[in-house]
Write a protein that binds this ligand. Structure first.
Ligand code: FAD
Length: 472
């Protein structure tokens, strides 16, 4: 008899509750990962994200081999096939129990209910543990009403209080499991390499990612609060793809942070505390995803904003996607996204606000396009970021607060270095004109003139919001 660890969003060997649990059974351990290409396509996962997963699986298989745990990678294509593929695997490996990390989208929860049922029919026990987030979704509720928080600040306060009471205790790497022969099922390394289609610039080995996390915390996080909004500075961790796939855990990050900076972590005005606050945003959005099905269904969180009639201007959408809106900071961001599958957070907010408020396009179009491009695409954070920007979300910025992309650019990219790096037509444009080139410069440099007037489109957005949200 043996134990199976079904990996999904915790592709790591350190601080992995699934392996910690499995080792307690004192039986041989197998790990498996089910790739679901058709499902990923339906959920708009980007090719870069998929490539990252394949590459991580190749590295993880080697890391697990050293712990006597064979990793079986099987193609299940979509969620409809998951339960039968997993049951067959369990039967072929004489599995007595399956240990799994919780996932929180509606489709994932439905799939898992079916899997649990089918395993039970085969007398296979399954255990579902919290691995993606620090605190289990549903376990941080308002003291007065025992309801999930819908607003970030009280959630973050409750989260920090609980951290200060309970501390962070990540576990070490899993101990050596009972030796077991490698098995010949599923995709081999050569097939995974073929799917991964070549190397990527993002590190995938657990040791490299942990070294990067350690370096960031030791050397960079102390100035995070001052520098994080400047897209041209290497001031943020760029660990979002690793965190999205669980190459390290939030507990590992928090514990390192506390060891280095102790109580500073609890003050969001310090670098470490500000970074912790971002990790809490991530937790907040995952808790919401688990608790509100409307997020998976793509429905606006705020009921009063559900009746908004967005325009359907295909040319605007194309210009935005291609980074040809004529607004330099927006175009720089979109071109960064298209080139490397990642965009700086401040610029994500500017590009998202521009799509919803200035172009008056449905936030779901932007959300989908981001998902199709991002290497760190994650439904909870992406949806949260988009609904925040569209003022339809939980704790949305008020609708009358519309980012002005030109003043954002002047403030956060004062020298225009970020714009010059990504918008090559403007690379030779000197001085402050970079933020808002004249018509003459646009024509001369072959750069588009703005597709909308910022002032009038802002005014229109505010009027539309006021009118359309009052009707409901
Ligand atoms: P750091 O600044 O180093 O932050 C550390 C970690 O905290 C990040 O790696 C990330 O896991 C988390 N984090 C930081 N900011 C946020 C936030 N606002 N919301 C949730 N988590 C956060 N993040 C994703 O991981 N996946 C997405 O699909 C995603 N889509 C977004 C869409 C929009 C419109 C916006 C405005 C934000 C989105 N974010 C998303 C949040 C944020 O932009 C990225 O997490 C961040 O830019 C990643 O860079 P970093 O790793 O250097 O972050």
């Amino acid at each position: 008899m043996a134990t199976l660890v079904w990996l999904r969003h915790e592709l790591r060997t350190f601080d992995n509750p699934l392996f910690d649990k499995a080792i307690g059974y004192n039986e041989p351990i197998y790990a498996c990962y089910l790739i679901t290409p058709s499902q990923w396509q339906c959920q708009h996962h980007s090719p870069r994200r998929n490539q990252y997963v394949y590459q991580r699986l190749i590295a993880l298989r080697q890391e697990l081999r050293e712990l006597n745990i064979p990793l079986v990678v099987i193609n299940a294509d979509d969620y409809a096939q998951t339960s039968s593929v997993l049951s067959q695997l369990c039967l072929s490996l004489s599995i007595k129990q399956v240990i799994v990390g919780e996932e929180y989208g509606v489709w994932e929860r439905q799939r898992d209910a079916k899997v649990e049922c089918q395993l039970r029919e085969h007398n296979i026990h399954s255990e579902w543990l919290t691995t993606q987030v620090f605190f289990k979704p549903g376990s941080i509720v308002s003291a007065a009403k025992q309801q999930p928080y819908k607003v970030f600040t009280p959630f973050a306060n409750a989260w920090r209080q609980r951290l200060s009471r309970e501390g962070a205790h990540p576990s070490a790497a899993v101990a050596l499991a009972t030796p077991i022969a490698d098995i010949n099922q599923g995709l081999n390394d050569a097939q995974l390499h073929q799917l991964a289609e070549g190397p990527s610039d993002w590190p995938v080995s657990e040791a490299t990612v942990l070294a990067h996390l350690g370096h960031f915390i030791k050397n960079i996080v102390s100035t995070y609060q001052q520098h994080r909004d400047y897209p041209n500075l290497p001031a943020t961790s760029r660990l979002s793809p690793a965190l999205a796939h669980g190459i390290f855990s939030p507990a590992q990050a928090v514990s390192l942070l506390q060891r280095e900076y102790a109580d500073q972590c609890f003050d969001p005005k310090t670098g470490p505390g500000c970074w912790l606050n971002e990790l809490i945003w991530r937790e907040f959005y995952i808790h919401l995803l688990a608790q509100f099905d409307s997020i998976s269904y793509g429905v606006a969180f705020k009921p009063t904003t559900r009746a908004i009639q967005w325009d359907n201007h295909a040319d605007y959408l194309t210009a935005w996607q291609q980074g040809k809106t004529g607004i330099p900071i927006v175009d720089a961001g979109m071109r960064q996204l298209n080139a490397i599958g990642w965009m700086h957070n401040r610029v994500r907010m500017i590009c998202a606000s521009f799509l919803c408020k200035n172009l008056w396009l449905d936030w779901r179009l932007g959300e989908r396009y981001f998902m199709e491009q991002l290497i760190d695409g994650h439904l909870a954070a992406n949806n949260g970021g988009w609904q925040w920007s569209a003022s339809t979300g939980t704790d949305a910025a008020p609708y009358f607060r519309v980012f002005n992309p030109v003043s954002q650019s002047q403030k956060f990219d004062p020298e225009g270095a970020y714009i010059r790096r990504w918008v090559e037509e403007l690379a030779s444009l000197a001085g402050k004109a970079i933020h808002q080139p004249s018509e003459h410069d646009c024509v001369r440099l072959g750069y588009p003139t703005p597709i909308v007037d910022l002032k009038s489109s802002r005014k229109r957005a505010i009027e539309q919001f006021a009118a359309q949200t009052r009707q409901t």
